[in-house]
Design a protein around this ligand. Structure first.
Ligand code: PLP
Length: 356
């Protein structure tokens, strides 16, 4: 049975993309590959609103979270932690031998420009990590305002847009993001296997003077190959074919504006349903994500039983993440998902959990 994925990644992949990914294999040091690579990078720049370089890594996003701190933290990093992935970035920073502090917020809380300004003023930080869209709690950080205060400090701005890129606008250059990273299996609706990041000139230059960059994720190595329209090591070429095709669909067939609007519509539809059914949203409305909603299980539904029933009917449900299991659940509305499919899913939940 083909089950519809309502989990916040991986998301469903269209038949058209599976076909685009079934093209015959090519060599990654040949001309055909360079054409594919260059085309894809040009389109990624449009998606990310950047004129900076974009690297494509055959890894999951965690690899690029590691790359960002490994290349761009010289003295001390401030990790903003308000959920599972942002806190994990703190662990990753320390695991790479870097000095780091965490601005620790409650899960579900949004980091604000004021809190970040205050935290950055406390020590001699040279980098900050921020998760734009916390997938574990459904919080979208007010990044535009945060970006303004980050610009006032002499720090490298490292941003995870893993569950927002392709669903929520990310204005990389205007917001002064030095490294913006994401994987392709969430709002981009491709199979997992590739992660992408923009790297500013400032971040690239800085990395030259940072010790212990390793090899696989060294920006200097990426840069050398990027100039030849190649990747340092053998990439996931089939997924790259899919990404190139999907970027055409996003930029030309659907249009970026329409894609963001569809995600907004799905976010609003979900939030309305949550309130109508007597649940509460974890974040404050103004920070609610348009790609994933985290619901407080105020009606005490049996999430595990619901998960099983939904699975039998062809839907994959998302429980709360980690410590939020059962007293929260999540509804993902990202990727190529259509509002009518989301409506259908919410109707099925209503019936199965007897919410009418
Ligand atoms: N950052 C965010 C916001 C995520 O949601 C995830 C995964 O769900 C990750 C990072 C890690 O991604 P991956 O497991 O693909 O490395």
């Amino acid at each position: 049975m083909n089950r519809k994925l309502f989990i916040p990644g991986p998301t469903d992949v269209s038949q058209e993309l599976y076909e685009a990914m079934s093209k015959p294999m090519i060599g990654h040091r040949g001309k055909d590959f360079s054409i594919l690579f260059e085309e894809t990078v040009d389109k990624l720049k449009k998606l990310m609103f950047t004129d900076e370089r974009v690297y494509i890594s055959t890894s999951s996003s965690t690899g690029l979270m590691e790359a960002a701190v490994r290349n761009c933290v010289k003295n001390k990093c401030l990790n903003v932690g308000n959920g599972a992935f942002s806190c994990k970035w703190h662990d990753i920073t320390k695991a790479n031998g870097k000095q780091a502090d965490m601005l620790s917020l409650n899960w579900g809380e949004a980091p604000t420009a004021e809190l970040i300004d205050e935290a950055l003023s406390k020590d001699d930080y040279d980098a900050i990590t921020l998760v734009h869209n916390e997938t574990s709690t459904g919080v979208t950080a007010p990044i535009k305002e945060i970006a303004e205060v980050v610009k006032e400090h002499d720090v490298t701005f490292l941003v995870d847009t893993v569950s927002s890129m392709g669903g929520i606008k990310v204005d990389v250059d205007r917001w002064g993001i030095d490294v913006c990273l994401f994987g392709v299996q969430k709002a981009m609706a491709l199979p997992a296997g590739l992660a992408c990041c923009s790297v500013s000139e400032k971040a690239l230059k800085k990395s030259m003077n940072v010790d212990n960059r390793g090899y696989y994720f060294d920006f200097q190595v990426f840069e050398k190959y990027n100039k030849k329209n190649q990747t340092p090591t053998t990439p996931a070429i089939s997924i790259l074919n899919g990404l190139n095709h999907q970027l055409d669909k996003i930029l030309n067939s659907e249009g970026l504006g329409n894609r963001f609007q569809r995600h907004e519509e799905m976010g609003e539809l979900t939030r309305k349903w949550i309130k109508e059914k007597g649940f509460e949203l974890l974040p404050e409305d103004r920070y609610a994500s348009n790609t994933v909603s985290c619901v407080k299980n105020t009606r005490g539904i049996d999430c595990e039983s619901l998960q099983k029933k939904l699975y039998e009917r062809g839907y994959v449900f998302s429980n709360g993440y980690g410590k939020m299991k059962n007293n929260h659940f999540r509804i993902a509305h990202m990727g190529d998902r259509k509002p009518e499919e989301l409506r259908e899913y919410l109707d099925v939940i209503e019936k199965l959990a007897d919410l009418r």
